[in-house]
Write a protein that binds this ligand. Structure first.
Ligand SMILES: *Cc1c(COP(=O)(O)O)cnc(C)c1O
Length: 382
């Protein structure tokens, strides 16, 4: 239930999330497992509603932190899912990984030593070793792999369940050359591992774009984030997926809403909001919205973004404030206090997409949705 004092909130469409999981699964090779990546509050959609909506449809959840893993576990219900922590866990919190049986990414020996101390040979710590193949972020260099594997073989309370890597340049190019280079390095790492300690149970490399574009990246599991929520990793990915003959329809699952709190008429030439950065160019009707940059409505949208009122676009006037902003409803005659406003999503025939808002401030859809303040309520709708 929505708190009756709530002034802006996020609605998550269960049917859209379910349809997206099915649409992404369809072109996968048979037997490939599906990991729903729900880090960053499920890309702003809320861990609770997302896990509740698709928990039964996916094999794994991917999170960034042990705190997020605990949240997934809490909302997953009876059938406890497999959860992989893709980000760093401070060693002081390793017991919170071991006790519930979460999987942890590792890339160095100190992490293994700490996990091994807390686990038992009868119930080993299940780890996924990340290989550095060219993203130059988190991961072990292939040069260090052999000696590491020989060392880990002695650790009876550690089980190397997974081996994985992450691509640096799939979304932003049509040229697969760098990705293929990374894939080749990953296969080298797999071969070294097989020869020294046997094939790990789960090999994985693919994010959304890789899973949809290059079947050879799918291995045993795909790690799907942005597309699960109904957004494309990039426009280029969307085009390229069409070119490779995959027909995938994604439905944005998130609608961000508020309500008008005040309406008034002001004379032509009147300045609006802090800094007097914009003056209305005609006699205007303005609406005050209880939403600002604290909520995640970026200050960069001052004077340039629009919102939807009665299915029509209303432009933001002047600066977005911390908890409020002002929009132009001069052409929306019947607008009045209490009316619902859509900041992101569909209203009537109009639609404001995360990509549109992202382009206005030089960023990507990922950032727009993950920045919606996690304290705002998320509710599930059909
Ligand atoms: C965030 C993340 C993903 C998901 O990427 P999308 O482009 O959102 O599908 C997959 N793998 C790793 C390691 C990630 O950090």
């Amino acid at each position: 239930m929505l708190d009756i004092a709530t002034k802006n909130w996020v609605e998550i469409s269960k049917s859209a999330l379910v349809a997206n999981v099915e649409a992404i699964k369809r072109p996968l090779k048979p037997g490939v497992n599906f990991m729903a990546v729900v880090k960053s509050n499920a890309y702003g959609h809320g861990i609770a509603p997302t896990v509740r909506a698709i928990g039964k449809k996916v094999d794994w959840f991917g999170v960034d932190s042990v705190i997020e893993a605990e949240e997934v576990k809490k909302f997953a219900g009876q059938k406890q899912p497999n959860i992989l922590i893709l980000g760093h866990t401070p060693s002081t919190a390793h017991h919170r990984v071991i006790q519930p049986g979460f999987r942890q990414v590792v890339y160095d020996r100190p992490t293994i030593l700490s996990l091994a101390k807390l686990a038992k040979p009868k119930r080993p710590a299940k780890i996924h070793l990340k290989i550095e193949t060219g993203t130059s972020r988190q991961g072990m260099l292939i040069d260090d792999l052999s000696s590491f594997l020989r060392w880990i073989k002695q650790k009876k309370s550690i089980q190397l369940e997974g081996l994985y890597t992450h691509f640096a340049n799939i979304e932003d190019t049509s040229d697969p050359i760098y990705a293929l280079k990374q894939l080749k390095r990953f296969k080298t790492a797999v071969a070294i591992t097989e020869s020294l300690i046997g094939r790990p149970k789960i090999l994985h490399t693919a994010c959304s774009a890789a899973a949809l574009l290059y079947p050879e990246t799918q291995f045993d599991l795909v790690r799907v984030g942005i597309s699960l929520y109904g957004m494309w990793p990039s426009e280029l990915t969307q085009e390229n997926v069409k070119l490779v003959g995959n027909r995938v329809i994604l439905k944005p699952a998130l609608t961000w809403k508020t309500r008008i709190v005040q309406i008034k008429n002001i004379a032509r030439g009147t300045p609006i909001s802090y800094g007097l950065t914009e003056k209305v160019s005609r006699n205007s009707k303005i609406a005050v919205l209880p939403i600002g940059y604290w909520d995640g409505f970026d200050r960069g949208w001052s004077s340039i973004a629009s919102v939807l009122v009665h299915g029509k676009r209303a432009k933001v006037l002047g600066r977005v404030c911390m908890n409020m902003c002002i929009v132009d409803v001069t052409d929306i005659r019947s607008a009045q206090p209490g009316d619902e406003v859509v900041l992101l999503g569909q209203q009537g025939k109009e639609n404001i997409r995360a990509e549109e808002l992202a382009a206005k401030i030089g960023t990507i859809n990922y950032e727009v949705v993950t920045r919606i303040n996690p304290l705002l309520p998320r509710i599930i709708v059909e």
